[in-house]
Unconditional design. Structure first.
Lengths: 91, 276
């Protein structure tokens, strides 16, 4: 952090440093959001497969519910993506 | 060594709206008009508006032609086949398993709306996957308009089904079975939550559709941009394979997001219809 700030202040104004920290924050936030999505969708996939193993006749219903729930969780993650994009576009 | 192109700029140019449409096969560019001012806002068509009109036209052609095929074969007592069968399968799926299943017994009245949402969003999403195509639903304004339409339908249909008093009960929500000061306290807590919920649900619809469409295109354009940055055959081969996989995923996401939008709209309408 210290080196980054000194490096930038050696070249340009503090505005660039603010930009860098904003992008850093956006990147870290995005990574955390993706971790959440990965855990959530992974759990759905695992439990859906378990449910199909327990009752193969219900496999079509389970598959439908799995895809629907995965898409909803994806929606939350992509909301985080949109806000991270805002970090890039607004500064 | 060539100067590496500004990939970020290329990505934003390809996904954002513009007033120039690049015609396919090198036919040139079509500069759209501008300056149709109505009260301080420019209402001239932009690229996404033109593609929305194209999607609407394609929806009309699909349903009309498919419907005609089905009717003609129905008149001679046979089942549909070919293109008409595919259209009928999708229409029946959305009508029965999405609209009527989630709205309940008033579902047939809302089926045309849900079908329109599904097919229009589907065609808008698919147009973005064609070469020289653009995704209208990758524009926050378009998805906001769709979500606003859904919001208006949900609230007004709920108002008409429940009456003013019943509609107010969905806002000042008192959990069933509570009376007295407990009920008043719960009402104080739940009312802002319900109000915010009414706004947030269509907002989430808008954001989900927009982000899914834009994210896919960003990934594909960034990967293709990698080829230009590295200018290396081996990397290009690997990237092309990965981009092919991402395009297949995009196809799935196009169908899925249209289905999710239609499904969630019908679920919200159903929730408002059956509050009591």
């Amino acid at each position: 952090m210290h080196n980054l700030l000194m490096l930038l202040q050696a070249q340009e104004s503090v505005l660039v440093a603010r930009n860098t920290y904003a992008l850093l924050g956006a990147g870290i936030g995005l990574g955390l959001a993706i971790i959440g999505a990965g855990i959530g969708i992974g759990r759905i996939g695992g439990q859906a497969v378990e449910a199909i193993a327990r009752q193969p006749e219900a496999s079509a219903d389970i598959r439908g519910a799995m895809i629907l729930t995965a898409a909803l969780i994806e929606g939350a993650t992509l909301a985080a993506l949109v806000f991270a994009l805002l970090f890039k576009i607004l500064t | 060594m060539m100067q590496a192109p500004d990939i970020g700029k290329v990505i934003l140019e390809h996904t954002a709206d513009s007033r120039v449409i690049e015609l396919p096969f090198g036919l040139g560019e079509w500069h759209l008009p501008h300056g149709w001012m109505i009260g301080g806002t420019d209402f001239a068509p932009t690229k996404h508006v033109v593609f929305m009109a194209l999607a609407a036209f394609l929806v009309f052609i699909t349903i009309w032609y498919g419907g005609r095929q089905v009717t003609r074969r129905h008149a001679s007592g046979k089942g549909p086949r070919g293109f008409g069968a595919a259209v009928e399968a999708m229409v029946l799926f959305v009508r029965n398993d999405v609209a009527i299943a989630n709205i309940g017994h008033g579902g047939e009245k809302f089926a045309p709306l849900i079908l329109t949402f599904f097919f229009f969003i589907l065609y808008c999403n698919l147009l973005g996957l064609l070469p020289w195509g653009a995704t209208p639903t990758g524009n926050l304004g378009v998805t906001a308009g769709l979500a606003l339409t859904a919001f208006v339908v949900i609230e007004i249909s709920g108002f008409r089904a429940l009456g003013p008093k019943g509609y107010l009960k969905t806002i000042v929500m008192i959990p069933p079975g509570m009376k007295g000061p407990g009920a008043v306290a719960m009402a104080f807590i739940m009312t802002p939550v319900e109000l915010i919920g009414k706004i947030v649900k269509p907002f989430a619809l808008c954001l989900r559709l927009f982000a899914n469409m834009t994210a896919g295109h960003f990934v594909i354009l960034a990967l293709v941009g990698l080829i230009f940055v590295f200018a290396n055959w081996v990397i290009a081969a690997g990237t092309v394979l990965f981009v092919l996989f991402m395009m297949c995923l995009e196809l799935l996401v196009a169908f899925l997001q249209a289905y999710i939008f239609a499904l969630l709209t019908s679920v919200f309408i159903g929730l408002m219809q059956h509050e009591h």
